[in-house]
Write a protein that binds this ligand. Sequence first.
Ligand code: GLA
Length: 739
Amino acid sequence: MTIYVDKNLFHLQTRNSSYLFQIMANGELGQLYYGHRIHHKSAYHNLAQREQHDAMASWTLDQPDFQPEMLKQEYASLGKGDFRYPAYQVQAPDGSRISELVYQDYQITQGKQRLPHLPSTFANDPQTAQTLSITLMDAVTHLQVQLNYTIFPKFDVLIRSAAFKNQGIHSLMLKQAASCQLDLPDAHYDWLQFSGAWARECQLQRHHLHCGQQATSSLRGASSHQANPAMILARPDTTENTGEAIGFNLIYSGNFANQIDVDQFQTTRIITGINPEDFTWQLKPQSSFQTPEAVISYTNQGLNHLSQQLGAFYQQHLVNQHFAQQLRPILINNWEATYFDFDETKLLKICRQAQKIGIELFVLDDGWFGQRDDDTTSLGDWFVNQRKFPHGIDHFAQKVHDLGLQFGLWFEPEMISQASRLYQQHPDWVVGAPHRHLTPSRNQFVLDMTRTDVVQYLYEQISAIIEQTHLDYIKWDMNRNLTEIYSTQLPPVQQQEFNHRYILGVYHLYELLTTKFPQVLFESCASGGGRFDLGMMYYAPQAWVSDNTDAITRLKIQYGTSYNYPLAMMGAHISAVPNDQTGRITPLATRAAVAYFGDLGYELDITKLSSPELQTLKKQIQFYKKYRQLFQFGKFYRLLSPFAGDPNLVSWQVVNSQQTVAIVGYYRILNEPNPPYRRLYLQGLDPNRIYQINDLEENFYGDELMHAGLFIPRLLHSTMHVEQTADFNAQLFLLRALS
Ligand code: GLA
């Protein structure tokens, strides 16, 4: 890993990638190259070359061949003849929106500092990262911009962000502040993005880039179910196991935009960051604005490798280190078991049963507080519901702990119900615009998280409950998006700061709680995957992937999520049938075979199960515990995609780091009469080892399984807790190396 600086040239070289940019003739920064690692030279004239074109603006009269529209820029401004999406926009007091960011100097530091007030990457050991900061300045407005780049030797990952500082004497208005811009020299890419909806998150879309603008974004106040901040550009022939791909993601949970602009010369500009729509930031003299960080990652070894690289990187440089490598507990959550209809006695029955079958954590979901018996009341009243817990929540927690189970609680800190004590006391804490009615969603409203008194109130309330109950785990939910965005605390000129300030408030509360209670494991949730992003991952090492617990639709959701997030982040539960979201009846074994690949949990009333069913659960739990390290932290390979090829067949695999144990999940959704002949090609095995699979008599070399494949019989059966059913069939192959 090296950062080379040669006069005007900056070359950030990781194990397999090179990122190159230079100071151009006008003093601004120009992008030269991002891709497979190349040798370092002191100049790359070839990469900097451009031709003069007609009908195009030039920089000055005496520089006719310096045409901004022809240039690959590093952080493009608006209104100086570039005409593509800019990376930032700033308005001067006279109304002008023109600026020129001219190079001043650079600094290289060993290591990577965390960003203040924002989730960010870090390097606990300074030897594991190197950071380059470039300072740029606009001479007219005195706007200073620092572009920050960090590389990590073990990973082909680049972290970028920008910090703005007003060095002048007049206030400036920042109207856009991207985290990252990347200008690529061609447009021969497929764009992989992860759109979705509630209960249908992360549905991979793969399309060839087309001329013009294309984007995914959120204006919901959260990263959203509808568009995940992650995206990938892959060459059209890139597969899971071969080819070039560049991954992008943001360490951010609020409104974002990923904009792609394919211009008239078929070059591609990518801009990622806070959504410029409904965003401004007042930069008073000497004040600063820091953008969230963007993650960029390169591979020429296919999409599986890209995902594995990112997952390993996050575990080391983003996730709360207290939990990063820690095995996640097997939990039972009472939501789908009881919904709001429970009391202490009913829950303790579930807990006792859970303890008997080996479950480790009991999570008490929505409805334990205030007067809450349905979703119309009590959000904000974070004190115990006396009717359900007459002896107090501490008493109940003690009972759970006495059983040897950990105890977890659900909170929805950012929300308020009109029918709540909090609303009576602080109606002014609700987000709402003057003279406009409030738009309800799930009967609830949003607290103004830009206010320090709101954050302080929540911190105190939640802290008290954590202390009373000796809490081990918190599920932090967020069940609606933001409307009537406005804060009574902000002057009119700063109202468009609301969205970003809101999410800073959320992060602040997370920061306070995770600092005071480092032992509490947080799981983030927003009606399932409505805020499944890297900003949340920094505080909450796991997240609820989807409210949809149906094993068959989960195949797509988990498959799509796996492109950008590691298995250890994905909460996956086994629930009852018929499934509450789809009505589908799937075998218990299939539900398990899907939920194993993540942080396993149960979400059904286990007191209603028959004793053979309970025995099955017990076996599932024993099996999962034995291979938990593999399921949560193993190398994950996608084998057969529900988004391409035959959507009836899905397969994936995990392998341990020594390549001695692997587990393959193979799912056949509907039975087919007289099906085609099929072999499954495995990945990531040691070609020279011999593997035993389940109880098959024949043993196999790794190379044989990867290249010749494993025959998949028509009648799927196995000794591995899999029932023989026609539809919704799943099979697990457990591979153990014999040599
Ligand atoms: C959201 C969550 C669910 C559950 C309910 C409770 O929908 O995603 O898992 O916690 O809220 O109201």
